[in-house]
Design a binder for this molecule. Structure first.
Ligand code: DLL
Length: 433
């Protein structure tokens, strides 16, 4: 089934025309209503008249995460705050989150694009979907929630955590769908297996997995362990949250809903477009957003685009798997973590040297997050209770900045290897290929 056949199967020429019309409109909107974008365009000598077709998009300046931080909290809103009906946020590279705002229309477009994904996965109004992405400032929970309601399905708004209850309600309420991070889904699968309850007693058929990179091997494992079809959903807070794109039954690329989010692939160093089909950084422009439009937003996600028509009948461009990022952001248990956030906490504490190592791994399908940090000689002690208190202090501070409890390993002065060049602060042992 296709939720919006006219758009999802539109021929390329008509789609480019529509994208051109919408780009002109959004550029007019930001030029007149956002001093941030107006200034950036004026610096390049651009006025809205310079943007006539979708090809003109390359004239426009890029936007980056730093711009959102510099304008914290509401500096990038292009409508009065009285028009903003919802805020979401995600962690930035320092303690300050990045904030996005939605008008009523933005929320309805968000529900529309998530509906396209859910329909492509095979859901209809007859189905119950357990949403186990976090609810709150994170876009995962409420984003999926709006989509399930929009197609007339039944939402089970579980949010994340409380694994035993997740399993019980999934079973008792007959959920056909499970929406959560792929790593949490593996953990749920493992827990179900250990509980001894047969999968035959569940109605589960479809997984809606995203918010972190995953692989074909993980797909196979999830499909086998949960006896489901596992589909990708892609998105990021800055653009709207989940639903920027989703897979179809062909499981051969993530269709991006390009009538709302225009994708480009650029070389992350030169910022020039790559050859068609080549890997590069995904850049997205929101074509219809009112509250906080993003013009040529550098997602930092490395991927490819394929414009061939899909066997499902959709013409919407397909994005390959996210192969990595062009910045140092880590995604641990679905939470975005920047090493600089860890560093800023360590630097604020007199007890520690500015020497640390973040070690990430995946054990029993769950990401582990260890921080090794060097204590300063004057604070070094072999008294267990003092060390434990120090560990707790830094762990709590990091938890309050990042929202994730690290396992802290305090090491003796001068034990972390010093680097002659760029310091290596992260060891990521997760195998994602
Ligand atoms: O993770 C939104 C989301 C929620 C997407 C639920 C899908 C499901 P952020 O926290 O802002 O937003 O993180 C966005 O996560 O730039 C990618 O690096 C990564 N990411 C999101 N979806 C996928 C995916 C949400 N399907 C960042 N595959 C993005 C790989 C993904 N990486």
């Amino acid at each position: 089934m296709i939720w919006n056949e006219t758009i999802e199967c539109m021929n390329r020429e008509d789609m480019r025309k529509l994208q051109g019309i919408r780009l002109r409109r959004v550029v007019e909107h930001v030029y007149h209503n956002s001093s941030f974008y107006r200034k950036k365009m004026q610096e390049l000598g651009l006025t809205p008249n310079d943007i006539q077709t979708i090809d003109d998009i390359v004239k426009l300046p890029f936007t980056v995460k730093q711009d959102l931080r510099d304008n914290y909290p509401f500096g990038l809103m292009a409508v009065p705050m009285s028009e903003i009906v919802r805020l979401h946020a995600s962690s930035g590279t320092t303690g300050k989150p990045i904030v996005v705002g939605y008008t009523r229309k933005d929320l309805s477009i968000w529900a529309e694009v998530v509906s396209r994904c859910l329909t492509a996965y095979g859901f209809s109004k007859n189905d119950a979907v357990q949403v186990s992405y976090g609810y709150g400032l994170f876009t995962g929970g409420l984003g999926l929630h709006g989509g399930v309601e929009n197609i007339g399905g039944t939402v089970i708004p579980m949010s994340s955590g409380n694994t035993q209850k997740q399993i019980q309600l999934m079973h008792d309420f007959g959920a056909k769908g499970l929406a959560c991070t792929p790593s949490y889904a593996l953990y749920l699968a493992e827990t179900i297996r250990k509980s001894g309850v047969s999968l035959d007693e569940f109605q589960l058929r479809i997984g809606v997995f995203g918010a972190e990179p995953w692989t074909e091997n993980m797909r196979k494992e999830l499909e086998e362990k949960l006896n489901i079809k596992a589909y990708d959903i892609y998105g990021l807070t800055e653009i709207c949250g989940p639903g920027v794109g989703g897979e179809c039954e062909c499981q051969n690329g993530t269709h991006l809903w390009e009538d709302h989010f225009f994708p480009e692939i650029v070389d992350p160093v030169t910022l020039q477009p790559v050859e068609p089909g080549q890997q590069g950084e995904l850049v997205l422009t929101t074509l219809t957003k009112e509250g906080m439009p993003m013009i040529r937003y550098r997602t930092r996600d490395l991927t490819t685009l394929n414009y061939e028509k899909c066997d499902c009948g959709r013409t919407a461009v397909r994005m390959g798997r996210i192969m990595g990022r062009s910045d140092d952001m880590l995604i641990i248990r679905g939470v975005n973590v920047f090493p600089s956030q860890v560093e800023s906490v360590i630097l604020e504490m007199p007890e520690f040297e500015a020497q640390y190592l973040i070690v990430v791994d995946r054990v029993n399908n769950t990401d582990t997050f260890q921080i090794q940090v060097e204590v300063r000689p004057e604070y070094y002690t072999d008294e267990m209770n003092k060390l434990l208190a120090l560990k707790k202090k830094i762990a709590n501070r990091i938890q309050s900045v990042i929202g994730l409890q690290p396992d802290i390993k305090i090491v003796e002065p001068c034990t972390i290897e010093r680097s002659m060049g760029k310091a290596k602060h992260v060891i990521d042992n997760r195998k994602l290929v």
